[in-house]
Ligand binder design. Structure first.
Ligand SMILES: Nc1ncnc2c1ncn2[C@@H]1O[C@H](COP(=O)(O)OP(=O)(O)OP(=O)(O)O)[C@@H](O)[C@H]1O
Ligand SMILES: [Mg+2]
Length: 272
């Protein structure tokens, strides 16, 4: 049995660290709907942790609990071993957590560059007062923010479209811009809600490569929801499987693939 602080080496030789986020007996209800039923699992430092399951299983709800957006009625969320109090979005960002959404949430009329810059809003320390009366500090910060943003734009190979309004981009590139905006916050934990939904094979391959590169080069811990089982099996170190709000599997991709409950849940269920 692995301790919270232990690290381990995966089948493909990747070293995964201690537990950074622990969900303990989480239950989340919306009125009469129980979206999450008594689920426990953890996320370890440096891993790519997939959350999978049929439509309506409660995956996005779970990501919203991890991000602090939803506070569960029952259970505990431990972040670096401490119980996490309800937080506002800027507090979540300051804790090093960033996310993308199932439905793209970008400013369509703004350029790619400006959208990615919004990812840094929570990293800015100079308040409005300082921006107005103490220009030096605000300007210095602006330069530093730009440097980070330009680095991310290069990293995700979107230099050629930096001035383009997001509304003019094809879907696959919008998803990449959303990833850029999340990365601009320099998160330690990155949450991706279906980063490849609606993409063609080539776009999925690109996105998979970027996710692996982010994990590898920045050491970012990643939790992602994805329907494409091929992608999940290729990318993730460990997988949590949800069905009707319950956890029905948890383990390495191979373990999950051979789990009878998981196989049953997936039979006859359509996925988009
Ligand atoms: N804000 C909400 N208010 C009421 N019910 C909700 C809300 N969000 C989710 N639900 C319900 O909770 C259940 C789980 O939804 P959730 O969006 O978490 O599933 P999902 O696994 O992400 O599904 P999908 O694969 O379709 O994105 C569903 O029954 C859904 O209708
Ligand atoms: Mg969802």
């Amino acid at each position: 049995m692995l301790d919270a602080s232990d690290s381990f080496v995966t089948e493909d030789g990747r070293t995964i660290g201690g537990v950074v986020m622990e969900m303990k007996n989480i239950t989340l209800r919306f009125g009469g709907v129980v979206a999450i039923k008594d689920i426990s699992f953890d996320i370890r430092e440096g891993e790519i942790r997939a959350i999978i399951g049929p439509n309506g299983a409660g995956k996005s709800s779970m990501l919203n609990v991890i991000s602090g957006f939803y506070v569960p009625q029952e259970g505990e969320v431990l972040f670096h071993g401490k119980q996490r109090p309800p937080m506002r979005p800027y507090e979540v960002a300051r804790q090093g957590i960033a996310r993308t959404f199932q439905n793209i949430a970008l400013f369509e009329g703004m350029s790619v560059l400006d959208n990615v810059m919004t990812g840094r809003l929570n990293n800015m320390k100079a308040g409005l007062f300082q921006q107005a009366f103490w220009k030096g500090r605000a300007e210095k910060e602006e330069v530093a923010n730009r440097e980070v943003v330009e680095k991310i734009i290069d990293f995700l190979e979107i230099q050629a479209i930096r001035k383009t309004p997001v509304s003019r981009l094809p879907y696959g590139l919008k998803k990449r811009v959303e990833l850029a905006r999340a990365l601009a916050a320099e998160p330690k934990l990155l949450l991706l809600d279906e980063p490849m939904a609606g993409m063609n094979v080539e776009e999925k391959e690109d996105m998979s490569r970027f996710i692996l590169d982010v994990n590898d080069e920045f050491g970012t811990t990643i939790a992602l929801i994805e329907h494409d089982m091929g992608v999940v099996m290729d990318l993730s170190d460990r997988v949590v499987v949800m069905d009707y709000g319950k956890k029905i599997g948890d383990g390495t991709p191979d373990e999950v693939r051979n789990n009878q409950n998981v196989i049953d849940a997936y039979l006859g269920v359509s996925h988009d």
